[in-house]
Design a protein. Structure first.
Length: 234
């Protein structure tokens, strides 16, 4: 396939738009070594804890030298479509379907919407982000592959696994890894950051929930994500 110079430039602009800002790069490097000092949960089966070491934020922190991996979540609308067809554990709805269904869509679609699975319920240990100020469907930052992408907090885990995102978000992070419903990113180098407070919530009109592509949805929450990241300490 031949690309014009303008097309190549546009592709480069899209890629560079998600480069790590300096403060987030510093945070990533500062917290990867050592243990979480302000653990908000017991360790889960990946070894990660929900960590409160960053003001006004919660992130998943693994043992020394690790954050978390990225398993693939295919819950929600069209949960067996596309590369989610081989997902062994997909469910027909996400945790906040009652809210998101008032936004003009049936539910989040893992093939389309960037979302993060955050919080664990129904087993031990458990963790409720809402008890610590994180709001459903708020924007989260995901540091992956030396970039930052954004997703909404869209689902919870019913067991004791952590480190999970929608297929759409995983493919943005790792476009060349052949990810699908049964194949995720195993390296524990992904940093998931949730933000506390109502200002992180885009609501019905702050995101393009009816977007036609993962890129279109991602672009619709980028400005809010950038503002939230800019508020983090360096």
């Amino acid at each position: 396939m031949l690309f014009s110079l303008s097309t190549v430039a546009a592709l480069g602009a899209v890629a560079s738009a998600y480069d790590l800002p300096d403060n987030l790069r510093s945070l990533y490097q500062a917290h990867i070594n050592g243990e979480c000092r302000s653990a908000l949960s017991d360790p889960f089966n990946t070894g990660a804890v929900y960590c409160g070491d960053i003001p006004n934020a919660i992130f998943l922190k693994g043992p020394n030298g690790e954050y978390d991996n990225m398993d693939i979540d295919c819950d929600g609308a069209n949960n067996s479509a596309g590369d989610c067809a081989n997902d062994p554990s997909g469910q027909g709805q996400t945790s906040f379907v009652d809210t998101v269904s008032t936004f003009g869509i049936q539910d989040l679609d893992a093939n389309l919407h960037s979302y993060v699975v955050f919080g664990n319920e129904g087993d031990s240990p458990s963790f409720s982000p809402q008890n610590h100020g994180v709001q459903p469907l708020s924007v989260m930052a995901v540091v992956c592959n030396n970039q930052v992408f954004y997703g909404v907090w869209g689902d919870t885990n019913g067991f004791t696994s952590t480190g999970e995102a929608s297929l759409a978000l995983a493919k943005l992070c790792f476009p060349n890894d052949g990810l699908n419903g049964d194949a995720g990113h195993d390296q524990k180098d992904v940093m998931y950051i949730a933000f506390t407070g109502d200002e992180a919530v885009p609501g019905r009109d702050g995101a393009k929930w009816s977007a036609g592509s993962p890129e279109e949805f991602e672009d619709s929450i980028k400005a809010l994500g950038d503002r939230l990241v800019a508020s983090l300490p360096s």
